[in-house]
Design a binder for this molecule. Sequence first.
Ligand code: ADP
Ligand code: MG
Length: 571
Amino acid sequence: MTTTQNTAPDPNLTDGMHIVVDALKKNGIDTMYGVVGIPVTDLARHAQEAGIRFIGFRHEQSAGYAASAAGFLTKKPGILLTVSAPGFLNGLTALANATTNGFPLIQISGSSDRAIIDLQQGDYEELDQMNIAKPFAKASYRINKPEDIATGLARAIRAAISGRPGGVYLDLTTALLGSVVDKDAADKTLFVPVDPSPASIPSPASVDRALKLIASAKQPLVILGKGAAYAQADDQIKDFIEKTGMPYVPMSMAKGLLPDNHPQSAASARGFVLENADVVILMGARLNWLLSHGKGKHWNPNVQFVQLDIDATEFDSNRPIAAPVAGDISSIIDAFNTGLAKTPIKATDAWVKAVNDAKIPNDEKMKVKLSNTDLPMDYFCALNAVKKITDKYQDLYVVNEGANTLDDCRNVIDMYKPRHRLDCGTWGVMGVGMGYAIGAAITSGQSVLAIEGDSAFGFDGMEIETICRFKLPITIVVFNNGGIYNDSHVDLSGHGDPSPTTLMADAHYDKMIEAFGGVPYFVETPEDLTKAIEAGITSKKPTLINVVINRTCGTESGHIGSLNPKVLTTK
Ligand code: ADP
Ligand code: MG
């Protein structure tokens, strides 16, 4: 292709921006999330003109979270569009979060003049973006020539969705976007990669070894992770678990893969099953901090692991894995279900009874906590009010973040459908709420309930303007206890400064959504909370409910206070 100067419109010519849009369209990309500015504003306009939805945000990080949620829910890469340098960096947290969580995301960013950047001559928004993105991304590419746009996008798509999914960075220079080339020649470069996420069939020997180990177990346990949810192998997984009768525990974003009220769910006996299981089958779940690395007092010291994962480098990362099975979950579970004919597996009545018995006292304790109706409400009282709605409307998407708001909600709110819960995930990151809610609403068209701590909501609260602008069916519940963790009220400054964890308990977060034409509620009772949520999700209007929560409830760092370094003095 010959590159010429951008002059008057000529039907025989096209430019870098149009080729990018054509390549995205050809690859079935129907939505982009981002914030426009130099040099990508026209790229978003061209995309809209070509029928790709452009969801414009107030901050790139939220746009990136929305695109990641779309990636997790659909198995197609979510697309984040950012401007050069600062916009690129604002998106980088979302890119890193996607890579850590295994969500397919492509951050496409405009960048400034290469020659000036490389000589550090001080360009507008000068930054070596491609190299900076590398440690945070599964892959990082730059496209320099218009004839390479289709190839660059194909590489980005493959990297994002094949193997363990993750975040990919794609750098588009200003010069590339503005280059003008012959349209026929450009059209000929477009292509769709064949089978960009190929099935990964497990070796028969690994399947055999795994099934034999499970069959030999006296007290087997399945742990379902978000990799299993992502795999969209819902029916096969349900079949395997029900045929074998094994108890299972879902990690938080795998909740609903089988309904939480399934009789084999051991979620309320989590401590008991981890301490007692002799063989644990990790199904798309990593032995990271969320499972205390498979070590220590929470685990049976003699436990043996079967691990099902698409990424073989994951095996033995924390504990030796007795039976690693490398492959995609769908292919592995198919092989398992077939293999059951030769190697039958059935959890014993004694083990099933022991697990069920262990659930009873915990379920009782939970009932007592949920029955507290003292005002101001505590977390359990408020969550009991929320649960009335989530049990009734089982298609609801639930987004959840905070410390106590996250920990307690995860335990109280049952999920009934796969991939309907999005939360802080592997990093325990705050500020994902509005982005995830928007991604879920755009992708599904269904009502989304975002259950937020007051601190968590503060990170991305401005995105309620985005929610109102796009008229999205999102109901936001802010559990306001006036602080990060709680309002500890101790003035250590000596001159009246709020404590480091204090936020405004008297704040009316509901007033914020009023400014943009959404529906506000300020509630102090569980009855009003239930009514407000039902009105929000059934009207499908953007709604924000400020829930007054007792300032003293909420423990420091929620359930993971032990991760704080131990200090010598406390007041
Ligand atoms: P959780 O936080 O729910 O425990 P993790 O994110 O720690 O889940 O683990 C998910 C695992 O699933 C990752 O190790 C990832 O490689 C794996 N994975 C992702 N997609 C698939 C798939 N389609 N098939 C098999 N494994 C997968
Ligand atoms: Mg709080």
